[in-house]
Design a binder for this molecule. Sequence first.
Ligand code: WT7
Length: 650
Amino acid sequence: MSKELESLLKEERVFKPSSRILENSNVKRMMDVHNIENYEKLLEKAGNNPEWFWDNVANELKWFNPYNKVLKWDPPYAEWFLNGKFNIVHNALDRHAKGKNKDNIAYIWEGEDEETKKITFYELWREVNKFANALKELGIKKGDTVSIYLPMIPELPVAMLACAKIGAVHSVVFSGFWAKAFQERINDSESKIAITTDGFTRRGKMIPLKENVDTILDKTPSIKNLIVVNHAGLDIEMQEGRDLWWHEITANMEETCDTEEMDSEDPLFILYTSGTTGKPKGVVHVHGGYAVGIYATLKFVFDLKEDDIWWCAADIGWITGHSYIVYAPLLLGITSIIYEGTPDYPDPGRLWRMVENYKVTVFYTAPTTVRMFMKFGEKWPGKSDLSSLRLLGSVGEPINPEAWIWYYKYIGNENCPIMDTWWQTETGMHLITPLPISDLKPGSTVKPFPTIQADIYDEDGNSLKNKGGHLVIKSPWPSMFRTLYKDPQRYIDAYWSKFKDVYLSGDVGRIDEDGYFWIQGREDDVLNVAGHRISTAEVESALVSYKGVAEAAVVGKPDPIKGEEIAAFVVLKEGNRPSEDLKNSLKYHVRVEIGPIATPTYLNFVDDLPKTRSGKIMRRVIKAKVKGEDVGDITTLANPEAVDGLDRAM
Ligand code: WT7
């Protein structure tokens, strides 16, 4: 049986950067300063001397006390900027609030109901100080953990920044999760304070968050107080002695607050991420290296300049929002959008109207969102003037070439390069990504960011060229996670045990003849058909490239002879109807695109695929259905009704 993942889908198109983008880019400017001729030379120089690269970046930030060593690498443990005294908030807020950026807008916030707020750096700094003082008064000290369960409202970044400012560790839990998830994470992190809101609306429907939190707080012994933001104006019950209104405890607070001088390696936050099995992993990031890594990537990948309007359309409850809505844009002193609602509410024109209204210049979203808009059709973006856009981004899953081209054409007007950034909660920052100076191939995340040594390994740790295998990282990077909270053994077992001193990402991918990376998905999404390992993402991509198909999910159905057979679930674009003919055409299409072994044996049309609230298809659920097994825990599903749809389709 072949051990290599078959990589059969070939994408031949190449998009060159325009000279307009290239010449004005931050990365080109940096290369000029150091007399670096081109992209290849940059990767070579940074690869040979990562400490030179990161020292240069770190010098653009403010240190209370300079570090005396850039890196200590004792695999699997890295320390960065040793003995430096630093606080990420000192850089994200203090220096802007007192400097020339004082009155620049830090955040433009838009609520689901179209209410808007503009918050300057100075105002944000003042709100953070007041809330930080309130936390101190409640007894929060350096090293304490605070659990935050808030929707996309300005108080969410304020709460995070306030914690960081006084040296407390925040643990944000995505507000779309069930309260049970909040309970588990509070207990794992032993938080003293929890923060939530009375409620918020999702597609016009009220979610009573505080009421939900009330059902779990008798099972969280570490919690002393619950702070409640009055956002929805709901008439809620406040428990005497435990519950406090945000606006009351901040009302009389001082507008200044000292920033705690932290060690570079002191923890900044815990963010829980789901592993393949069992309990969530508490990924720990630190002040110094994390700040340097996310600052560099936002500056060089998304090329942000002072007058840019940046919109990272993710939720702050995920790493994408932590890194690229809260911390990195503030470090760079630029304006970001925070949007409370869903992308297609009240209609599929919402995002595009916002791009026009706020003259967004750089826009970052997930492939699932792009495919959703493909399904609605290009008439929706066509209604708005998107000419302010200069650069686009993608993150979270492989973007299939058809979606890439659609995004390029209808959102970017064939004018904006797409930065398809590969990274993880654990990596904190982009690791494999284009830069504005790279040639792009739709569906490829291009090359490792300067200094990063990425590779594809076979089972024995040999490097593979043009064959699928394990995506590994062979060098440390500043914003790498330092451990899993209270589970140091799992840090070693899950990431550092398969190959010696090498980080196992858990993804599979391929490097092509030009050194370009093609990420194919998680290892557990790999099918094994008649001895060939085939990635679900490739079959899905082939299905989605067929006219009329909006989305597809592919899983393996155990087969005694072939190992697995391919079962596909297909969502059609509006105006297309399921039929036996279409089913056969689709199977034939995959056969032609990828090859006979990748042809789905089963193909079913469904209205919707089961997805997590972050938009990832939950193949585990589909797989269980296909195998006739119990679907297990589906509390993290955004659309549980899609599970019944699978039943009806089969
Ligand atoms: C997993 C990490 C990184 C922030 C959002 C998700 C997949 C991420 C890409 C990309 C292909 C991607 C990987 C990775 N992924 N970006 N550009 N192309 N796959 O963070 O929840 O920690 O998930 O998302 O499978 O391992 P996360």
